[in-house]
Design a protein around this ligand. Structure first.
Ligand SMILES: Nc1ncnc2c1ncn2[C@@H]1O[C@H](COP(=O)(O)OP(=O)(O)OP(=O)(O)O)[C@@H](O)[C@H]1O
Ligand SMILES: [Mg+2]
Length: 307
């Protein structure tokens, strides 16, 4: 199996858990736990993939600052090849502050390096030796986004398979999605994203609609699990009943669990979706998107115990 290339954002997640209430203007409240964790959709996906046993590299932009070092050290520790990462001293590494209260999460992001990753210099040479490329979070990455169509075409010409997790588009315009869908092997929206893209009322309808426009769509539905369309039929997979600690990056964990199951373990689609849901749900039992560090055996055991 050739390694996978992850292209996308690099940012730190500041996790404040167990808030006594949601923030109140002009008042100070306290929280019970604090962590600085590896953040960003693409990094969490890459870390999850590497922890499962997949070989991968990361292409992104990190600041020449303490949080940039933190992110690169963290990725190296997972065994990710970070040689394609570009450093900058023009902007600081992005930061997302996660405020967690009663199972709900409010986020504040300082973009920093996130919108500054420039797609212009990325060309065929970036794809040499890889078997798959995964893009994540294009709507916060304004300088990368206009290049993704070209990069997907180039990747396919170089023999790679492709995937993309759109994350939320605050404008709900979903610029370029029409161009990307035919060039993707796997598309990973969550239920809100899928409904907004298709203008449908339910995740199920959105999944059916998207499956007519792309090779394979996996719609993630939080506590309801995830679904895909196989042979014209909707296949839902329910997550196990578990105590949720933190859902940060669960969707990214699902993307990578699913991709790893297909690519490294040649699992049939439905088994791969179950494996992806299990990888994601297990990640919800840890604070921080990459903290679960689930190995393949960990996920298999989790499925035996819980699903
Ligand atoms: N409350 C929950 N209980 C059990 N599993 C959950 C829960 N929330 C999320 N998951 C697991 O995580 C997967 C992905 O969740 P979700 O729909 O939140 O993705 P997402 O919105 O893309 O997440 P992200 O915040 O990473 O972008 C689900 O399919 C499920 O397996
Ligand atoms: Mg998501």
């Amino acid at each position: 199996m050739k390694p996978t290339l992850f292209i996308g954002d690099i940012n730190v997640d500041i996790m404040m858990g167990g808030l006594e209430s949601f923030p109140i203007p002009d008042r100070e409240i306290t929280c019970a736990s604090f962590d600085v964790a590896l953040g960003s959709s693409a990094v969490i996906a890459a870390c999850t993939f590497a922890a499962l046993g997949g070989e991968c590299a990361f292409l992104g932009l990190a600041g020449r600052d303490a949080y940039g070092e933190f992110m690169l050290d963290g990725m190296k520790d997972f065994g990710i090849d970070i040689s394609p990462v570009v450093r900058t001293d023009k902007v600081k590494t992005g930061v997302t502050v996660n405020l967690i209260h009663g199972g709900q999460r409010t986020q504040v992001t300082y973009g920093g390096t996130i919108p500054e990753l420039d797609g212009t210099p990325i060309n065929r040479s970036a794809f040499a030796g890889f078997g798959h490329v995964h893009f994540a979070g294009p709507y916060q990455q304004t300088k990368l986004r206009p290049h993704i169509t070209r990069l997907l075409k180039t990747a396919r010409e170089c023999g790679l398979t492709t995937s993309l997790d759109p994350q939320w588009d605050a404008t709900e315009q979903w610029q370029f999605v029409d161009e990307w869908l035919p060039l993707l092997d796997y598309f990973f929206p969550n239920a809100d994203e899928a409904r907004s893209i298709t203008g449908t009322a339910t995740a199920e309808e959105a999944c059916m609609k998207l499956s007519a426009r792309t090779r394979r769509v996996v719609v993630k539905a939080g506590k309801d699990g995830a679904m895909l369309v196989d042979g014209g039929a909707l296949v839902p997979v329910r997550p196990p009943q578990i105590r949720i600690v933190d859902t940060t990056g669960a969707g990214d964990a699902l993307d990578s669990g699913f991709l790893y199951a297909i690519q490294a373990r040649q699992m049939p689609l439905r088994d791969a979706l179950r494996f992806g849901v299990a990888t994601a749900s297990r990640s919800c039992t840890f604070v921080g998107g990459a903290a679960a560090r689930s190995s393949y055996d960990d996920v298999v055991q989790f499925m035996k115990d819980k699903m």
